[in-house]
Ligand binder design. Sequence first.
Ligand code: ADP
Length: 478
Amino acid sequence: MRVLSIASEVYPLIKTGGLADVAGALPLSLEPLGVESRTLLPGYPAVMASLQAAETVLDLPDLFGAEARLISARAAGLDLLVLDSPALYDRDGGPYIGRDGRDYADNFERFAALSLAGARVAQGALPGWQPDLVHVHDWQAALSPVFMRYSDQPEIPSLLTIHNIAFQGQFASNRFEGLGLPDHAWWEALEYYGTLSMLKGAIVTAHAINTVSPSYAEEILTPEFGMGMEGLIASRADALSGIVNGIDEKTWNPATDTEIAARYTLARLATRKKNRAAIATHFGIDDDEGPVFAVISRLTLQKGMDVLADMADELVTMGGKLVILGSGDLVLERALTAAAERHPRRIGIELVYNEPLSHLMQAGADAILIPSRFEPCGLTQLYGLRYGCVPVVARTGGLNDTVIDANAAALAAGAATGLQFSPVTPDGLRQALRRAFRLYNDTKTWHQIQKQGMKTDVSWAKSAELYVALYQRLLGKG
Ligand code: ADP
């Protein structure tokens, strides 16, 4: 089976969040199951710099007014199709946002171009390689099935994976004219409360839709989580499913991780103390007995960082320490920085993106705190499980599906892997922290939770099989 995967970020080439982890890891897990994937992504400078065996396979001389070509290449073990267009992608900021912190003014063209190139490949433009199926990720790739639907070439089956329905690719309605689609495509597929939504395009036209956890698939059918798209999603409910993400177990393995101070296995949990000491040194906090809570996250309301800021003083009063790695909303960055300034030996914060430090934090902190208001899947709790860093999570979406709460029954059965709480309010978090302290002080139970987490299968193996089954259904073979 040949699959064209289209994503705007792919780990380790370019990453801003969980989407990259998935787009980078899933093709590798599908390979042993007989799926030959090629991944189409934009030729950002970091991507262009890492290509091996690069060869131009298709010229696209006028892609939304830009000169472009498709390069076939390998990098990071992946077969890539890179959309090289300096006018669209050769920027010194991030993949979506410039150095000034604003969205690029031409994001519409940048990702419509990615989608159109994908549709062309899907419909046979590439000499010698024709996919059976297109797998598009999020709004940045979501116009591919739309372009296929309204072209005069036959379309091939498509799957849309929604990593976060809060990001809908909304643009002014007048951009529609530039797409070269027939007028009826506007009402049928793209119009969204008077604007153009790229994500809607794929929700309407993709043959199947999945989210990155079963709970989130159900949640987005409701007004609370559907972000205005719940009605639209409901109209495709028969095409909707949820498959939880796995993690790349080579990159995230405490026994072999070269980014951490001391490597360890389940049998040598005491070694984690060395990593905890390294965290304390790094963040300038005390290395004493109280538990260290880690936060590795975008600092946004989605992630409940306002609630964390409200509870930071109490967490310290309870005897805990907090280390925060992340960046995001200015107001939240300031609130959390102020908390760290109030408690310099108890709270540390770094407002940067630092992949190696994120490994050390998982390897040394006692718990990873994830108070998200909604969480399509979440990866940091999966890394936490693998590293014996106990997840303390909001009961929502993928967090609900991947962490087994340490309630009395789960503890008695030896099944608990973390703590869940709800609602995401200061009081909800307060109760969760109190429970976490109680369990942490019961060393034997805490170790049992850590170990049960480390034994949990968080690999891609099971989920890759579910994706293959979904692909097969789409191809009429399931
Ligand atoms: P989302 O995709 O919504 O941001 P996920 O939990 O699915 O959330 O994925 C976030 C990914 O980004 C994880 O791999 C996490 O470790 C990583 N991450 C987030 N912030 C940082 C940071 N400041 N430094 C390093 N890694 C980070």
